[in-house]
Design a binder for this molecule. Structure first.
Ligand SMILES: Cc1cc2nc3c(=O)[nH]c(=O)nc-3n(C[C@H](O)[C@H](O)[C@H](O)COP(=O)(O)OP(=O)(O)OC[C@H]3O[C@@H](n4cnc5c(N)ncnc54)[C@H](O)[C@@H]3O)c2cc1C
Length: 467
């Protein structure tokens, strides 16, 4: 997506007034650092905001929200900047960039952590690990806490301790009118329901409070099998993961083995199946418990073993650096029939670039223990979240890899539960947003009408206010 340099001219006096109120940085086109500051994770996104406000505290956020509203400007909010369609930035408007809001406070006695809106998951893991504690997050530690949490949060610990939102206890927020509220089970419960899955539609979350669990050194990591074993392996994994011990999870991927020294050379650049495991149970029993998994058949590469939680969380960070071209499609599945497994094999054989991949994440067990209407997340009954990811450094490969992702998704979609994880889709329009929220959409639209009736927060997977 190519955009032109910012065309909006901001009222100088208003910007000066904002500058006098804000302790963080104001960055405009032409300023040193603007080119760097406007970048987001996905190299396909090339937007030119008229003003980037790097907030350092809640007061800054209030001033920036008021400025955007009063000046009638488009407003985008950026947490970690990882959003696929680039919904953490915009053309010609104001970007509230939370990247300088990094405070984290662990309460080991209460087993909770308070996290500022600009943190990444790696920063949270760093803070909680010394206490032998963690909260469910994702699979890549550079992802922002903000966007991942507000969309639901699927990760290693989902079937064990629930989605990230199932561990969210409270949020502090700046609303569209500039007011500041706390939302939790007792205060603004309607808002608290909506932010647990409803994305950035309702305001800027300046602080999240999460429940922590005893997670320290786990038994985990990737085990690879040859691609021609995909049908039997996926069927084995599908059955195993439905009734796995409560503290074991493993997601299934089709990948190209990177030419990195940690992998045996004969497998470099080979397309393979991988299951990436995480067992939070007793370490001294893990190898024995994994014998059931290894009994499936000799793996090509077996890299599972004891690993500190932050290391597992950041295992794939270097493989997916910022700035790559990134396009993805998502779906949910209740079951994986033999027919769908055959289709996975067909499209895995056609992985278009070495970075491109398909993942199936289990969202069963603990995720199913929360009712469909208890949070805004729309697919509590699904067992698997699928994401097909087309990635490459070279934009010249975009048409080919995007076509592969679309074809793969279209072939599987008739067998799906519908919808698609809101955090793993592109900007696919209102129908796709409605499909992601299913029966929860109407309630989300009413909450939106209460807290953001003029749709100031619309640079997101947008829910239109309906009173
Ligand atoms: C490499 C990679 C790995 C990923 N792995 C996982 C995974 O394992 N599990 C998973 O569930 N998802 C995963 N995702 C998807 C991720 O959840 C989304 O891309 C999410 O949007 C990223 O959040 P962010 O804060 O980094 O992004 P941003 O681009 O900063 O923000 C995304 C959206 O959230 C809003 N937002 C962000 N922070 C706030 C805030 N504090 N207050 C209000 N609104 C806010 C933004 O306005 C925007 O609409 C991954 C993404 C990438 C690129």
């Amino acid at each position: 997506m190519v955009s032109q340099p910012a065309t909006v001219t901001l009222a100088e006096a208003a910007v000066d007034e904002l500058k006098s109120r804000v302790r963080g940085d104001l960055i405009q086109p032409g300023d040193a650092g603007y080119e760097e500051a406007r970048k987001v994770y996905n190299g396909m996104i090339d937007r030119h905001p008229a003003l980037i406000v790097r907030c350092v505290d809640v007061a800054d956020v209030i001033s920036a929200v008021n400025f955007a509203r009063e000046q009638g400007l488009t407003l985008a909010v950026r947490g970690g900047g990882h959003n696929g369609p680039g919904l953490g930035t915009c053309d010609d408007g104001v970007v509230i960039d939370l990247a300088r809001m990094k405070g984290i406070r662990v309460d080991p006695a209460a087993k909770t952590v308070r996290v500022d809106g600009g943190c990444t998951w790696g920063e949270v893991d760093h803070a909680t690990h010394p206490f032998g504690l963690a909260t469910p997050s994702g699979f890549v530690s550079t992802t922002g806490v903000g966007g991942l949490t507000l969309g639901g949060g699927i990760g290693y610990l989902s079937p064990i301790y629930g989605l990230t939102i199932d561990n969210l206890l409270s949020v502090d927020m700046v609303l569209a009118d500039g007011s500041f509220v706390t939302a939790n089970a007792d205060e603004h419960p309607d808002l608290f329901w909506a932010v647990r899955g409803g994305g950035g539609n309702f305001g800027v979350v300046t602080s999240f409070k999460f429940r922590l669990h005893p997670v320290s050194t786990v038994y985990g990591g990737p085990i690879f099998w040859p691609l021609d074993q995909l049908p039997e392996l996926m069927a084995f994994w599908r059955d195993y993961i439905q009734s796995a011990p409560a503290d074991i999870n493993g997601w299934f991927g089709v990948v190209t083995v990177p030419p990195a020294p940690i992998f045996p050379e004969q497998f470099h650049l080979r397309k393979m199946c991988v299951i990436v495991w995480c067992d939070v149970g007793p370490l001294d029993q893990a190898a024995e418990r994994f014998s059931a998994i290894r009994a499936f058949g000799a793996p090509a590469i077996d890299a599972a073993g004891p690993i500190p939680w932050p290391a597992l969380q950041s295992l794939f960070d270097a493989l997916f650096p910022s700035g790559l071209q990134w396009y993805w499609k998502a779906d949910f599945f209740n079951e994986l029939s033999d027919q769908t497994i055959a289709l996975h094999k067909k499209y895995a054989e056609q992985l278009p670039t070495p970075f491109s991949t398909m993942h199936l994440y289990p969202i069963n067990r603990a995720v199913h223990q929360v009712g469909a209407d208890e949070t805004a997340f729309g697919f509590r009954d699904a067992n698997f979240a699928e994401v097909i990811v087309a990635v490459d450094p070279d934009p010249a490969n975009n048409p080919r890899m995007i076509q592969w992702a679309k074809d793969y998704w279209l072939a599987l979609h008739p067998y799906s539960a519908g919808g698609g994880y809101i955090n793993m889709i592109m900007d696919e329009g209102e129908d796709q947003v409605k499909a992601a929220y299913r029966d929860n959409y109407a309630r989300l639209a009413r909450v939106k009408a209460t807290y953001d009736p003029s749709n100031l927060f619309r640079v997101n997977q947008n829910i239109k206010p309906v009173g």
